[in-house]
Design a protein around this ligand. Structure first.
Ligand code: ATP
Length: 320
């Protein structure tokens, strides 16, 4: 598969703060990549570097084989940033037409309106749209040039549940189309679960975990053993079972968090605990994320066990 994005030893320093530290990654064309991590992890900085809005202090970045600061490369990139102000007194359709005029082979304006579910608002002044509708308009503008690489920074902020669902559906339909690559950041991890082909978990400017959603979940190791407890079963009985990490109750329904579901299940049966309707399931991506972050906080190291020391880093912070 062709590489859409190549990061090679990329670091970015602001003053004495390393916002991104020695990040290397190859993103294949046609994939949807979710960049996740807690506040301040370096996601927005990484995205700015890939967009050519900031220059790396060290390392190189290639987007579609070119330098992201070059206009020829930028023409092939679509972007939806977190804070964008729309011009006053311009209608939705006019704005879309304007953006389409920047490109030699734009997408059809009507199609863009439909993709963003904005057809009924075509003649409305863009600044008078609601927050969620404005995000959808920004998505349409990002798609105007039929980009091969699309960067979306927190795209669903301000959208209600149904708008978010529709947005991810449109995005899934547009991804992979002619090898389109999408890099997104989001704090709505349950949505990433169903859309991302690959997850990059960042912390302290580094990629801590890189893999498919399933791999990240497996890496976190969280599983759940759930069952319906009989009237005599107490919380202490459940905690007395081996390999129990956490227990939650919902009525008489018990959910045990464990890294060893087989061990838990075997113990329930051999100890003849009054329980029925067993189920073993995997945690959601959000659980995996929290668990991996927590482990790294507790260990004081990254989960891969690789060296996180950025003390040897040097270089200037020149922009432009
Ligand atoms: N222009 C800047 N000048 C100085 N420090 C910056 C600048 N931009 C980012 N930083 C610092 O770099 C680190 C990474 O910030 P970044 O915005 O990339 O994180 P993030 O993962 O996108 O966070 P969030 O989820 O809150 O958006 C933070 O410590 C931040 O304070």
């Amino acid at each position: 598969m062709e590489s859409a994005i190549v990061l090679d030893g990329v670091s970015k320093r602001y003053g004495d703060k390393w916002a991104v530290r020695d990040v290397s990654a190859v993103i294949e064309a046609g994939t949807i990549v979710a960049l996740l991590g807690p506040n301040g992890a370096g996601k927005t900085t990484a995205m700015s570097l890939m967009l050519g809005l900031a220059r790396p202090t060290r390392g190189t970045i290639r987007i579609l084989g070119g330098n992201p600061v070059k206009p020829a490369t930028r023409k092939r990139i679509g972007v939806m940033l977190q804070q964008v102000s729309l011009p006053a007194k311009v209608q939705v359709r006019e704005l879309i037409d304007l953006f389409c005029s920047y490109y030699e082979q734009p997408l059809d304006a009507k199609l863009l309106l439909e993709m963003a579910d904005l057809a009924p608002f075509a003649r409305k002044e863009a600044v008078k749209l609601s927050g969620g509708q404005q995000r959808r308009l920004q998505f349409a503008l990002a798609m105007a040039g039929n980009p091969q690489v699309l960067f979306l920074d927190e795209p669903t902020v301000g959208m209600d549940v149904s708008a978010r669902r529709g947005f991810w559906e449109h995005l899934r339909a547009t991804a992979g189309h002619e090898g389109r690559t999408i890099v997104l950041t989001t704090h709505h991890m349950e949505e990433t679960d169903s859309i991302a082909d690959r997850v990059l978990l960042m912390q302290d400017g580094q990629i801590m975990v890189d893999g498919s959603v399933e791999e990240v979940k497996l890496r976190a190791g969280n599983r759940y053993v759930s069952f319906l407890a009989g009237p005599t079963v107490t919380t202490s009985d459940v905690f007395a079972l081996p390999a129990v990490h956490d227990v939650t109750w919902s009525g008489r329904h018990v959910r045990i968090t464990t890294y060893q579901p087989d061990t838990v299940l075997r113990a329930i049966i051999t100890q003849n605990l009054d329980a029925k309707h067993f189920e073993i399931s995997q945690g959601q991506l959000e659980d995996a994320f929290l668990s991996l972050m927590h482990r790294s906080d507790v260990d004081g190291s990254d989960v891969d066990g690789s060296d996180v020391d950025g003390s040897d880093a040097s270089g200037s912070d020149t922009e432009g």
